[in-house]
Write a protein that binds this ligand. Structure first.
Ligand code: ADP
Ligand code: MG
Length: 342
C-alpha cells in the first residue's frame, strides 16, 4: 500500500507541476498613446515576469527613439534639421526608415513617411476647430512630400531631408516595430508562449507543441461585433481603420491616414488587417492598404511567404487574399481571450 503522505505528495506535485508549466504573466500599460498588453507563459514565474518587464522597457525605448511627439527623439532631430544638415542616427532608426522606404517603393508611394509635411493642415487632435484645407494650401505642402527625396547614407549613418518644411513621421510603423522589439525580449529559453499587443498591432510566439493563440477581429462596420476569429502561432497581425481617429466636418468624416499623392484623407476602405511574420511589416501594409484600396492593394501586397490581408471596403464588403479567407472562422465565441480592433 502506498503511504498516505506519498499520495498527498503526488497530488501536490501534480498540481504544482501543472501550475508551474502554465505560469502566466499578463500586464497592461498605456504607452505610445495606446494600450499595450503583454502576456507570457513559462515554467518559472520569476523568469517570465522579468522578461515581461523587459518587454515593456523595449516599448518605452522604441517610443523614445522614434516618437515625433517627443522633442528629443532622433526623428524630431531629423525634422528640425530639414534643409540644414544630415543627422546622425542610431542603426535602429536608420533601419526603420529604410524599411519604410522599401514599403513606399512597393506600394507605389501610397505608404510615405514624408506625408508628415502635411502635418497640421488636417488636425485630428480635436484641439482646434476642424476645417477642410484649401486646395492651394494642400498643393503648397505636397511639394515637400516625397519618399524619394529622403537621403539615407548607410555608411555615414545619417538621414537628411533636403528641404526646409520636409518632415518624417513613423506613426504608421512605430507600434509594430515596438511590438517586434518587445517580442524579441520574450523569445528566450523558459518562455513557452507570448503575445504582445499594442492597439491594433500584435505578434505571437508559440514554442512547437504549445497551444496557438486565438484572436478576434473586430468588425469595422459594427464595432460591437467580431468579424471572425483567427488562430496564430508565430506571426504578427496589424489593423488600421479610418474610424479609429478622424475629424467630422459638416457631417463628413475625414480619417487620419492621408493619401500622399493627393494630400487628402484616404477613402474607400473602412479597415484593413494584415498578417505577416513581423509586426512592423504588417503595420506598414495595413496603413498602405487604406490608401491603395482593395484591388490595387491586394495586387501590390508582397507575395507570400506569410503576408495575407483582409480589407473591408466602404460598403462593408470583404476582400481577402486566398490564404487568409480560409483561416478566418466566422462564428465568434463569446469569450475570445484577445481582441484587437480592425
Ligand atoms: P494607428 O496608429 O492609428 O493604429 P496606423 O498604423 O494605420 O494606425 O498609422 C496611422 C498613422 O500613420 C497616422 O496617424 C499617421 O501618423 C501615419 N500616416 C498617415 N498617412 C500615412 C501614409 N500615407 N504613409 C505613412 N504613414 C502615414
Ligand atoms: Mg500602420
Amino acid at each position: 500500500m502506498i503511504p498516505r503522505f506519498k499520495i498527498l505528495f503526488l497530488i501536490v506535485g501534480l498540481i504544482f507541476g501543472v501550475h508551474c508549466r502554465s505560469a502566466r504573466v499578463g500586464q497592461a500599460e498605456t504607452l505610445m498613446g495606446t494600450l499595450v498588453e503583454i502576456t507570457a507563459e513559462g515554467r518559472d514565474h520569476k523568469l517570465v515576469e522579468a522578461r515581461v518587464a523587459l518587454a515593456f522597457e523595449e516599448v518605452r525605448r522604441v517610443d523614445r527613439l522614434i516618437s515625433t511627439f517627443r522633442e528629443d527623439s532622433e526623428l524630431s532631430r531629423i525634422n528640425r534639421a530639414a534643409g540644414v544638415a544630415p543627422v546622425q542616427v542610431s542603426p535602429e532608426v536608420l533601419e526603420a526608415i529604410e524599411r519604410s522606404l522599401e514599403v513606399s517603393r512597393l506600394s507605389d508611394g501610397a505608404f510615405d513617411i514624408s506625408y508628415a509635411a502635411l502635418g497640421g493642415l488636417w488636425d485630428f487632435s480635436g484641439e482646434k476647430p476642424a476645417r477642410v484645407p484649401e486646395a492651394a494650401e494642400i498643393a503648397a505642402r505636397l511639394k515637400r512630400v516625397g519618399w524619394r527625396r529622403i537621403q539615407v547614407d548607410r555608411s555615414a549613418g545619417t538621414v537628411f531631408l533636403p528641404e526646409a518644411g520636409m518632415r518624417l513621421d513613423l506613426g504608421a510603423i512605430a507600434k509594430g516595430y515596438a511590438v517586434d522589439r518587445a517580442l524579441a525580449a520574450l523569445k528566450v529559453p523558459g518562455v513557452d508562449r507570448a503575445l504582445v499587443t499594442a492597439g491594433g498591432d500584435l505578434r505571437a510566439f508559440t514554442r512547437p507543441g504549445e497551444k496557438p493563440w486565438r484572436i478576434g477581429i473586430q468588425d469595422p462596420a459594427r464595432r460591437d461585433r467580431l468579424l471572425g476569429e483567427l488562430e496564430i502561432q508565430n506571426q504578427a497581425v496589424a489593423t488600421s481603420g479610418q474610424y479609429e481617429r478622424f475629424v467630422e466636418i459638416q457631417g463628413r468624416r475625414y480619417g487620419h491616414i492621408l493619401d500622399p499623392r493627393t494630400g487628402r484623407p484616404a477613402e474607400g476602405v473602412l479597415g484593413a488587417t494584415v498578417i505577416a511574420s513581423e509586426a512592423w511589416e504588417a503595420d506598414a501594409w495595413a496603413t498602405a492598404l487604406l490608401v491603395l484600396g482593395p484591388e490595387q492593394g491586394i495586387k501590390l501586397l508582397p507575395s507570400p511567404p506569410g503576408i495575407e490581408a483582409l480589407i473591408v471596403d466602404a460598403k462593408g464588403r470583404w476582400h481577402a487574399t486566398p490564404g487568409l479567407a480560409g483561416r478566418i472562422q466566422p462564428a465568434p465565441s463569446p469569450s475570445v481571450p484577445f481582441l484587437f480592433r480592425l
